[in-house]
Design a protein around this ligand. Structure first.
Ligand SMILES: N[C@@H](CCC(=O)N[C@@H](CS)C(=O)NCC(=O)O)C(=O)O
Length: 237
């Protein structure tokens, strides 16, 4: 039995704050005594199921988020840049097919989550760094190829992404987030003695560290010392 504390991370690649939360948790899974479970889900379903509205539809929130994301991306060292038309990207095109694809990759990977981690990161990079499409099959395949998936895995994932099994799996993950009390993403769920405690957003890490018994001070200082993969990848071109 693992002595590690289990933390689930619910996210959607349409959500820029999820990208920040995802990168920080992927870095800290190696520093904290935790087992991180990646839980791809559908933010649109969480919004609908919880009766919430995307923050971007309130003009002042949209303006705040635009600035806040810029400084948070710099702080967390994530190459996040808003697309030219965030409304089209987030609300017209959306992420349903992309999240089904990520779910299909996760299903194929059974047990591990390296491919899910990498393919999620490449999809975020497309939408939230390079202003590229994530709805077409060719776009998903390109992201998966960049993430290091083999042609066979990509072909299978594209085929199964449209199956009832995968659609239901994504629905179940979304419902699970709602059952925990989600109203937005990222959602972190810490299982404290078998009882789930939820944290919303990428700005709750100090509190999470405190709750899981990790040193808050070391977290703050090591924010800049835990290597960001992006610096390393920049050298690779
Ligand atoms: N303060 C949070 C904001 C997170 C956030 O706005 N997430 C969006 C998706 S990108 C959301 O689901 N918002 C729901 C809400 O604000 O009610 C952070 O810094 O991470």
């Amino acid at each position: 039995m693992t002595s590690k504390k289990v933390i689930e991370l619910f996210y959607d690649v349409v959500s820029p704050y999820s990208w920040l939360g995802f990168e920080v948790m992927c870095r800290y899974r190696h520093v904290w005594n935790i087992e991180l479970k990646l839980c791809p889900a559908f933010l649109g379903g969480v919004m609908q199921g919880s009766g919430n509205k995307p923050p971007g539809v309130v003009p002042n929130k949209f303006m705040y988020m635009t600035k806040d994301l810029k400084r948070a991306a710099e702080y967390f060292d994530v190459p996040l840049q808003a697309p030219a038309d965030p409304f089209e990207v987030m609300f017209k095109k959306g992420s349903l097919s992309a999240m089904r694809f990520v779910t299909a990759v996760q299903e194929q990977e059974k047990g591990g989550d390296k491919l899910v981690e990498q393919v999620s990161r490449e999809l975020w990079r497309r939408i939230w760094s390079e202003d590229k499409d994530i709805t077409e099959a060719a776009s998903l395949a390109e992201a998966a190829k960049k993430a290091g998936l083999s042609d066979g895995v990509i072909k299978d994932a594209l085929e199964t992404a449209a199956s009832k099994e995968i659609k239901d799996k994504l629905k179940d993950a979304t419902q699970k987030a709602l059952d925990y009390g989600a109203f937005g993403f990222p959602l972190l769920v810490y299982h404290r003695n078998g009882s789930p405690e939820i944290f919303f957003g990428s700005d709750r890490f100090e509190l999470l560290a405190h709750c899981i018994g990790e040193e808050t001070e070391s977290f703050i200082f090591s924010l800049t010392t835990v290597p960001s993969p992006f610096k390393f990848m920049a050298h690779l071109g």
